[in-house]
Design a protein around this ligand. Structure first.
Ligand SMILES: Cc1cc2nc3c(=O)[nH]c(=O)nc-3n(C[C@H](O)[C@H](O)[C@H](O)COP(=O)(O)OP(=O)(O)OC[C@H]3O[C@@H](n4cnc5c(N)ncnc54)[C@H](O)[C@@H]3O)c2cc1C
Length: 406
């Protein structure tokens, strides 16, 4: 597709999962974009990310299935286990069951494999410009749209720093600590949820054999849970330990000693602790949250992904919600290319109730996961009685989501 010189690009602040997916979704509809990323370079950061059928459908439509295929794993199920005893609570079907039910598979991947696939497709598109070391911070109006100013990075840039960029509108996909959410939408900063997540990667050959299955494992205990699943086509296992915490930090990648992690998991089953002992390079981030947004668009500016709605990770939908946002905003922009403000208003209308429902379901899971005593026994009894297929069928509204438009 060729760039239409009569139309300036859509500016996208943030080259994370949401920003790059948006650029690709726009390019697929013939719309040019300019991605402004504050980092001086993209590093291989993060660990595991789960992508339900509502996300894999979008990645497939963006043309990424082939590039991602060797890197993802396709778990057969989610095995929910009692943390101390390793006794099965319930097994939720994924694999062919969920692929047949929703017409798209359930993948688990390393975040950096997903990010790299999005990035290399974006770099190959003539409709997408990506500028690194461009921390967008201030928005002004021009005759034809918007102008964004950059904040000086302070560090020596590898490429000459960009002082500003112009476009027809701005999509702020600048993550959890979005500058644009606080300055333009007058929303208080995200609140610490009193829990933190520690993540690491284990080589599959170092894992106890019983935990090498192509399955997502979820271990539940009072005040803490552990999730692990294969990534990198099964060569590695991504592990995350989520537990009550008192101290918050704003960093996605704070380093953490293995001893501190193992201290939190002492009461868990020894098999699981053997897996955790084999992990290297622990990093942590603090869970933060906001009430569901009332507004995610204002004239020529729209928020997307974590900037719009930091969603707690108990339903594994943070990245997928950014993909859904990307698909919807691109469709709306293509429907009225000359009227960005109307497109952003329709995007907001299409997304607010969905975001609120997913955020609520995720928060509820977080409460259920960390129960103790009689409440945990009641939860386990109820889950066993319902059975895996019924529990998953109750999530049809989540995984069966499809973008409404053409
Ligand atoms: C380093 C890192 C590691 C992560 N690791 C994991 C993980 O292991 N598992 C997991 O489930 N989720 C992880 N996440 C979060 C996950 O990517 C997001 O929750 C989700 O994918 C939503 O994507 P997003 O694009 O909205 O936000 P992000 O993926 O967080 O992307 C936001 C992007 O905006 C950039 N940015 C910030 N401010 C500005 C600005 N002013 N101007 C321009 N650019 C800006 C950031 O550098 C970042 O690249 C990680 C995020 C980051 C940034």
């Amino acid at each position: 597709m060729t760039r239409n010189p009569r139309h300036g690009p859509i500016l996208i602040a943030g080259g994370g999962i949401g920003g790059l997916a948006t650029a690709l979704a726009l390019a697929r509809r013939g719309i040019a974009s300019h991605v402004l990323e504050s980092r001086p370079a993209f590093a291989a950061e993060g660990a595991g990310i789960q992508i339900g059928p509502n996300g894999t459908r979008i990645l497939t439509e963006l043309g990424l299935a082939e590039a991602l295929s060797p890197h993802v794993a396709r778990p057969a199920s989610i095995r929910v286990l009692a943390g101390e005893t390793a006794r099965s609570i319930v097994e939720l079907p994924l694999g062919p069951w969920i692929a047949a039910r929703h017409g798209s598979p359930y993948w688990v991947a390393h975040r950096s494999d997903l990010h790299r696939a999005l990035l290399s497709n974006a770099e190959a598109s003539p409709l997408i410009t990506i500028t690194l070391n461009a921390a967008a911070c201030k928005l002004g109006r021009t005759a034809n749209g918007v102008a964004v100013e950059m904040r000086s990075s302070g560090s020596a840039p590898t490429t000459p720093a960009l002082s500003g960029a112009e476009g027809r509108g701005l999509i702020a996909a600048d993550g959890l600590w979005s500058d644009f959410r606080s300055t333009m939408f007058d929303v208080a900063p995200p609140r610490f949820d009193n829990r933190s997540a520690a993540r690491a990667i284990v080589s599959t050959c170092d894992a106890p054999p019983s935990l090498r299955a192509e399955t997502t494992f979820v271990w539940l205990a009072p005040g803490a849970h552990v999730v692990h699943y294969p990534v990198r086509g099964g060569r590695e296992i991504a592990v995350v330990v989520i537990a009550t915490a008192t101290e918050a930090n704003r960093d996605w990648s704070q380093s953490l000693t293995a001893a501190r992690v193992l201290d939190r998991t002492r009461t868990f089953n020894p098999q699981l602790n053997r897996l955790l002992e084999a992990a290297a390079g622990w990093r942590s981030w603090s869970l933060h949250t906001l009430p569901p947004p009332k507004r995610i668009s204002d004239g020529l500016v729209a928020l997307l992904g974590d900037a719009a709605h930091p969603i707690l990770p108990f339903l594994a939908q943070g990245g997928v919600m950014a993909l859904e946002d990307a698909a919807v905003i691109a469709r709306e922009l293509a429907a009225s290319p000359g009227d960005v403000a109307s497109a952003f208003a329709r995007y907001q209308r299409a997304r607010l109730s969905r975001i609120a429902r997913v955020a609520h379901a995720s928060r509820r899971n977080g409460q259920m996961f960390h129960l103790g005593g009689g409440l945990a026994i009641a939860r386990n009894t109820a889950m066993r009685a319902l059975g895996g297929a019924s529990i998953m069928a109750a999530y049809d509204w989540l995984y069966g989501w499809q973008d409404a438009g053409p």
